[in-house]
Design a protein around this ligand. Structure first.
Ligand code: GAR
Length: 195
């Protein structure tokens, strides 16, 4: 299976996927990394790993931007997309093109704390715990069939940095595992759709 990974920033989850993809039984290769930001360090990680990269100009017109993205990846023979810290919302044409073939990682236990600042929201809510969700993407924001979730407790004295570090550690293990299960056809979807 040939994957395109979409990133907007540091790309630590991309790195975890790159590292995991070296295992012979991973089941997929990362053929392309796309970013909406030219300065995303994730692009550097991809180049270092010898993976093709593309930068997509993303405008306020989500549908037009999504069509540009689909056109951009058309020649790369992509089977599925992984959103690894991609901070844009894909238009319906991407979901139509890749039904149940777009996987997103999100730093909360969805449906709690959707959106861009899930970690800040969990801290502000003084929640006892938050976590990580890996799910298929549908037409709604941070929504779709859940593939895996893992709880991360919020500890007394936690800062954004300390909590983010523990969440990232969980993401770096969970996302590659789910992607590999998906690629190898052994994904068991939880009977839950976040709403
Ligand atoms: C990750 O924590 C990911 O869950 C989050 O962005 C971070 C990217 O980190 N995604 C979202 O918040 C999507 N709503 P990374 O660039 O180091 O992988």
């Amino acid at each position: 299976m040939n994957l395109a990974v979409l990133v907007s920033g540091n790309g630590t989850n991309l790195q975890a996927l790159i590292d995991a993809s070296h295992a012979p039984d991973f089941g997929a290769r990362i053929g392309l990394v796309v970013s909406d930001r030219r300065d995303a360090f994730g692009l550097e990680r991809a180049r270092t790993a010898g993976i093709s990269t593309e930068v997509i100009e993303w405008s306020s017109d989500r549908d037009a931007s999504t069509l540009r993205l689909l056109e951009l990846i058309r020649t790369h023979d992509v089977d599925a997309l992984v959103l690894a810290g991609f901070m844009r919302i894909l238009g319906a044409s991407a979901i139509d093109r890749f039904p149940n073939r777009i996987i997103n990682v999100h730093p909360s236990l969805l449906p709690e704390f959707p959106g861009r600042d899930a970690i800040g929201m969990a801290l502000a809510a003084e929640a006892e715990a938050t976590g990580v969700t890996v799910h298929f993407v549908d037409e709604q924001v941070d929504h779709g069939p859940i593939l895996a979730q893992e709880r991360v407790p919020i500890l007394p004295g936690d800062t954004r940095d300390s909590l983010a570090a523990r969440i990232h550690a969980v993401e770096h293990e969970l996302l590659p595992r789910v992607v590999s299960d998906f690629a190898n056809g052994r994904l068991r979807r939880r009977q839950q759709v976040v709403s």
